[in-house]
Design a protein around this ligand. Structure first.
Ligand code: NAP
Length: 311
């Protein structure tokens, strides 16, 4: 597998294996996170050739961007890193709301630039759609920021197919980030075909289904974080899901690979998918995920994995 690839038409050149950083300072998602470990995840990624970091205002909130900014500053090598971040969340009387208005997005980019201690963001996503702003107007605001050099490319996330089409009326959308993994395949219906046809790169989030597709859990594994509430991790469904993971393990074993690598390599066989952003909580996981680049799947293996998770 190629070790450098362009993300769609964005002009951004990255290792196909990036790093999702919601566990870097994401205290609001995972309790007891150690910030020094979070910074170590980022350092490890950069030391081993992973140059694409995916963060957001809401991870922390703010801390993920700040910690990434600190690591990049300490290394003094901003240009070799491709930073994606996201905005849309705001707190109103302690409650989260989404805002895609041009004024809000412009402010959000300025605030992210400060936290990241940089003067440009490689990829800025509208993190979630709001209810009011026409999507082409929201993207139009990002196009202005792109023309000013503050952002290098434009993304949207968690948009429905209708919202994506509206957002892309002028052809400005470079990247869609949406939930997609072997357990959650709704995107295959319309988002993956639309992105492939319109030269928009599709970045799947939760590629390892929050660790379930990492192949390390057993029926006795307990979760004390956000996963305790996710249906995939509950009761009978959890047991059935682990059985599916075991079927992937057979394929992985025969290739001298691990479940996580086979799963990540499977996504990269889609036309619209150029890069994957698995998260990690330990530096070893960051290094381990790079082994995906050594996995080549045959047509039979691709189809077999597809069929295991089809229902
Ligand atoms: P994920 O990538 O599906 O799962 C990551 C988890 O899998 C790790 O924290 C680790 O958990 C386990 N893992 C990682 N590498 C492994 C390996 N080699 N072998 C076995 N297990 C491994 O979930 P995620 O991190 O939540 O999502 C990825 C990224 O997508 C996020 O960091 C974020 O950047 C982005 N995201 C975006 C949105 C959005 O709305 N746009 C939403 C969610 C996430 P354990 O150590 O606990 O097993």
């Amino acid at each position: 597998m190629a070790e450098q690839i362009e993300i769609g038409k964005s002009g951004l050149i990255v290792n196909p294996i990036g790093l999702g950083t919601n566990a870097v300072g994401g205290h609001n998602l995972y309790p007891d996170l150690n910030e020094e470990t979070g910074k170590e995840l980022v350092r490890t990624a950069l030391d081993h050739g992973i140059n694409f970091l995916d963060t957001a205002f809401i991870y922390g909130p703010e801390r993920s961007e700040e910690l990434i900014g600190e690591v990049i500053k300490e290394r003094g090598s901003r240009d070799s890193v491709v930073i994606a971040t996201k905005g849309a969340h705001k707190f109103v009387d302690g409650e989260v709301e989404f805002d895609n208005s041009p004024a809000f997005l412009k402010d959000a980019v300025e605030s992210s630039l400060k936290r990241l201690q940089t003067d440009y963001i490689d990829l800025f996503y509208i993190h979630f759609p709001d209810e009011h702003t026409p999507k082409d107007e929201a993207v139009g605001a990002l196009k202005e920021l792109k023309d000013q050099g503050k952002i290098k490319s434009i993304g949207v996330s968690n948009f429905s197919i209708e919202q994506l089409k509206e957002a892309n009326k002028d052809g400005y959308v470079d990247v869609l980030q949406a939930e997609y993994n072997l357990f959650k395949r709704e995107a295959e219906k319309d988002l993956l075909p639309y992105t492939a046809e319109n030269n928009i790169s599709f970045v799947p989030y939760f590629p390892l289904a929050s660790g379930l597709l990492g192949g390390k859990y057993t029926k006795d594994t307990k979760f004390n974080d956000i996963r305790a509430k996710i249906p995939l991790f509950q009761g009978e469904a959890f047991i059935r899901n682990l059985e599916k993971v075991d079927q992937v393990r057979e394929i992985a074993n025969a290739k001298n690979a691990e479940v996580a690598h086979v799963v990540l390599a499977w996504y990269l066989t889609w036309d619209a998918i150029d890069t994957i952003i698995p998260g990690a909580k330990k530096p070893e996981q960051v290094i381990n995920n790079l082994k995906t680049l050594n996995v080549e799947l045959t047509k039979e293996e691709i189809d077999k994995i597809d069929s295991i998770f089809k229902d």
